[in-house]
Design a protein around this ligand. Sequence first.
Ligand code: ZN
Length: 199
Amino acid sequence: MARTVEIPDYEIQDDVVLDPERTALVVVDMQNDFVKEGGALVVPGAEATVPRIAELLELARSSGMRVVFTQDTHGDDDPEFRIWGEHVRRGTWGWEIVEELAPRPDELVIEKVRYDAFYGTHLDHQLRQWGVDTLVLCGTVANICVHYTAASAALRWYHVIIPHDAVSALHDFDLESSLRQTAFLFNGTITTVGALRAA
Ligand code: ZN
């Protein structure tokens, strides 16, 4: 039976200044299977975030911030298929990042096998090489791959910033509980796309 709970207040910052030298924009799993009609695991609301994420890319690229894309990637008989069914099988249309947000050749694409983009990848190494200490996270799913990447980043002492209008989830509850955890537990910043600007 569904229960009603109150969402504890968390602050939504209305002016966030970013140092482009030390900030990376991380676009999480904006792949056809999660975003586009006909995809294997479509997240309602993901497509509506595409223009917001395009704005973030414009801000990052025009100010010289690093840009990272994560790409959920599975092969044959991946254990995740037992949880979610088949999705983002390498080389398929569903695996590709949506064309509106296509990475540029000089931007890092991290193929990841689990929710956390740090798990089993060289993401942390690359961010440290760049001298990045702040991550702006966007994409989908807010309480799954965005959340576990935010958690993993925060545990490594990166500052995590999430514009809530640039993430999406399967249920409002999941989205809200994830944002609250980021604000409260990870000491992160919740904001909006329009509130972000480069120093
Ligand atoms: Zn997956």
